[in-house]
Design a protein around this ligand. Structure first.
Ligand SMILES: Cc1cc2nc3c(=O)[nH]c(=O)nc-3n(C[C@H](O)[C@H](O)[C@H](O)COP(=O)(O)OP(=O)(O)OC[C@H]3O[C@@H](n4cnc5c(N)ncnc54)[C@H](O)[C@@H]3O)c2cc1C
Ligand code: SF4
Length: 491
């Protein structure tokens, strides 16, 4: 696979980002285009290892290894190296319905399991994936394929995030008649209103949905099941329902002043920001950030998207406060190859803030004690440093302890809270009396049936697994589709 001596001859080169001062003036994607020759050289580094963990898709002690979709990575790399993009795309399409999404936003679980990565920098698998799909789109070769059969079964998919889209796509290919109900005005879930445009251009989401429509999938937008469409009538009109409603209940900042004007959650902010970009209109509740000082509470990927979005909206400064300790720069001994390691990632938002404001915006082991205001709107945050210590009372679990004398007041005008998600909304879970696990996710998480405790109701994606990744949501959607299709075929 690839060139047998490729990894000895060529070094890894990552995709370059466009210059900061250029890219922050617009909402376009920030990855710079690369010449084909660079990608074929990178593909040549795939080393014919014989046991490619990159496409293994298995879980060891709760930690995943390799691409959850089992993409045929060594074969794809070999075909790209040989210049046969059409065959590479045909291989990619066998396991992956939407590589244009993951080629941009996937953290590339595959690369941390790449055999070459045990001793050398891994193969740039994600960049190669993006190159294959982008090149095929450029050539006009990503076109609708009509399903060859019809089963006569009608299936409702609720939610059009990556799990709902993947589920609908797979069911449609199996010959079932699929209607996707989406309460938002545009399809895509967090692909549309969550991940910002500079990471994933929304025309790609709309383009894929357009192909699915041409293939026969029906989309009902602005249609909330449980309110606009009573769930019982959906159950009556369809042979089965697959719930793909996500897990977007945000963890709230529970401190004095959290209700002041200028405090909002990451998703409220990012959703309104994208709506403003797409509609070009004033959006109710989207704060004017121009010239303002922004504090982002939460150092994860959603926080990073808030940093980068604030910068593009003209923020005068951005701080990112994170309660957890700074992760190590490299794999720790407890996370050996081929596990996915928790290491410090300096992403596009931090790089932008560093160049524009002179320092990395992140501050670790720091939490917010209070939001200070003038009685109406935010004027600052009061923070305190913490130390993580083993807590005897909590069975030795590590808990944050405030360090006396480290309280500090920082002036700011906007506070964006990006502290993660607590689970799915209760609307349909309650209406259908669905069983849930300790995290409030639809039970069935550990089962391969994807069925809930209500007959003919299935669940997939973040709603079942808890907040996760686009690639895992696609995998869930495809597996739930197969389970639902087989269940109906047996009845
Ligand atoms: C800001 C942000 C950035 C992220 N960035 C990345 C990233 O870079 N890479 C990555 O891999 N992952 C990322 N993630 C995580 C990823 O987006 C999610 O794991 C993934 O979108 C989950 O897919 P899903 O289909 O399960 O749910 P969602 O994408 O949440 O979609 C659920 C859909 O269901 C709809 N819905 C809910 N209830 C109803 C109802 N009753 N009737 C009709 N419709 C309903 C919602 O409107 C929504 O459109 C990010 C998440 C966030 C919040
Ligand atoms: S989908 Fe993600 S994990 Fe799978 S091959 Fe692509 S980049 Fe790697």
């Amino acid at each position: 696979m690839g060139k047998t001596t490729g990894f000895l001859e060529y070094e890894r080169h990552d995709a370059a980002f466009l210059p900061v001062r250029e890219r922050v003036n617009n909402w376009n994607e920030f990855i710079a285009p690369r010449p084909t020759s660079e990608l074929t050289t990178q593909a040549a580094r795939c080393m014919n290892c014989g046991v490619p963990f990159c496409h293994a898709a298995f879980v060891v002690e709760g930690r995943s290894i390799g691409c959850p979709l089992s993409n045929l990575i060594p074969e794809i790399n070999d075909l790209v190296y040989r210049g046969d993009i059409e065959k590479a795309y045909s291989r990619l399409s066998k396991t992956h319905p939407f590589p244009e999404f993951t080629g941009r936003v996937c953290p590339a679980l595959c690369e941390s399991s790449c055999t070459l990565g045990e001793h050398e920098p891994a193969v740039t698998i994600k960049d190669i994936e993006r190159y294959v799909i982008d090149e095929m789109m450029r050539r006009g070769k990503v076109v609708p394929h009509m399903p060859g059969v019809s089963t006569g079964k009608r299936i409702a998919v609720v939610g059009s995030g990556p799990s709902g889209l993947a589920c609908a796509d797979a069911l449609n290919r199996l010959g079932d008649a699929v209607t996707v109900f989406e309460r938002a005005d545009r399809p895509g879930g967090l692909l549309m209103y969550g991940i910002p445009n500079m990471k994933l251009d929304k025309s790609l989401v709309l383009g894929r949905v357009g192909i699915m429509k041409d293939e026969g999938v029906r989309f009902e937008l602005g249609a909330e099941v449980g309110t606009d469409y009573p769930v019982l009538s959906v159950m009556k009109n369809f042979d089965a329902i697959v719930l793909c409603c996500g897990a977007t209940v945000e963890r709230k900042l529970d401190v004095p002043g959290a209700d002041l004007l200028g405090v909002m959650t990451a998703l409220e902010f990012l959703t309104r920001s994208t709506a403003n970009i797409l509609d070009g209109e004033v959006i109710d509740g989207l704060p004017n950030i121009d010239g303002k000082r922004v504090a982002v509470v939460g150092g994860g990927d959603t926080g990073t998207d808030c940093v980068a979005t604030s910068i593009r909206r003209g923020a005068a400064s951005v701080n990112q406060l994170e309660i957890m300790p700074e992760p190590p720069g490299e794999r720790s001994p407890g996370e050996p190859w081929p596990l996915w390691p928790k290491v410090k990632k300096t992403d596009y938002g931090q790089l932008e803030a560093t160049e524009l404001f002179g320092a990395d915006p992140r501050e670790y082991e720091t939490t917010v004690k209070e939001i200070i205001g003038d009685g109406k709107k935010v004027t600052g945050v009061k923070t305190v440093r913490v130390e993580w210590r083993a807590n005897e009372g909590a069975g030795g679990a590590m808990t944050p302890v405030e360090l006396p004398g480290t309280e500090r007041e920082r002036p700011c005008d906007i506070v964006l809270t990006a502290m993660g998600f607590t689970g799915p909304e209760r609307l349909l879970i309650d209406q259908l009396s669905l069983g849930t696990d300790a995290r409030g996710c639809v039970a069935g998480r550990r089962s391969s049936s994807y069925r809930t405790n209500t007959p003919t109701v299935f669940a997939a994606g973040d709603m079942r697994s808890g907040p996760s990744l686009v690639v895992r949501a696609i995998d869930e959607g495809r597996r739930a589709a197969r389970a639902c299709h087989e269940y109906l075929a047996r009845r």
